[in-house]
Ligand binder design. Sequence first.
Ligand code: ATR
Length: 287
Amino acid sequence: MDITSNTKLLGIFGHPVSHSLSPLMQNAAIRECGLDMVYLPFDIEERHIKDAVQAIRALSMVGVNVTIPHKEAVSELVDELSEEASLSCSVNTVVNKGGRLIGYNTDGEGFVRSLKRAGVGIRGRNILILGAGGAAKGIIASLIRMKPSRVVVSNRTVSRAEGLVDMFKARSGTAIEATSLSLETLKKRLKYTDLLINTTPVGMEGRGGLDIPIQELSPGSVVADIVYKPIKTRLLREAEGIGLRTVGGVGMLVEQGALSFELWTGHDAPRDVMERVVIKVLKGHED
Ligand code: ATR
């Protein structure tokens, strides 16, 4: 690739950022579309995030992705927020519109689209969400727009689930409630669930797995996990083992990146290319 004075800069701000697959995925998309752009990882310490956001303007960057731990901080540093970013107080994508910085959050919509792409509908579903952190917030915000029947948020710290539920109850007509993550509660709740979504990091490489009594799920249920490393978490393997449909986290990773790419470039994102490079690397790690 030839870098010239016309080459436009994109990037990702995180700390750490070395694990991120976004540079690989976004540069593959840039190449595929023949754009004169480059996407770089920037490891930014928390004390420097304000300067880094200023630098988007100073360097005339097209925009950036934002990842852990800066998503909340950046939501307070940009000039404008999309509805999703404002609802979740969290930004994963910044677009530089002539010096005016617009903060978006494509995580929730990325998740919803990954379900759609896998042929899983949301309308009328009885959903149980494991976890009540930042990821759950973004996902719930996008899910409730699709009119599920009921959303239950099940979290180790119940008060956190209750906080989320109160926030969404005020804004939506969807029945939404909070519960604990105890085995007894889950056993009761899963009987009435047909879409189970793990938004916790449990199941990530080297982090074991939650004990979820998935055999209580009704037949025909779908189990989704936002963890993408490993590609098939213990939860997904167990669900497949009893014949349930599963949706892994790679779909969300690709879709949130594809939506960011489209916001920056106006081009349709080459999702297949993006998915291919990500899966290749993830499989390489697993070998
Ligand atoms: P993120 O932004 O990725 O959602 P987060 O805001 O730190 O990260 O939230 C992590 C979620 O995973 C929380 O719901 C957390 O539960 P608590 O609110 O009780 O902390 C959940 N989580 C993390 N580790 C867990 C574990 N070992 N068992 C159960 N839940 C866990």
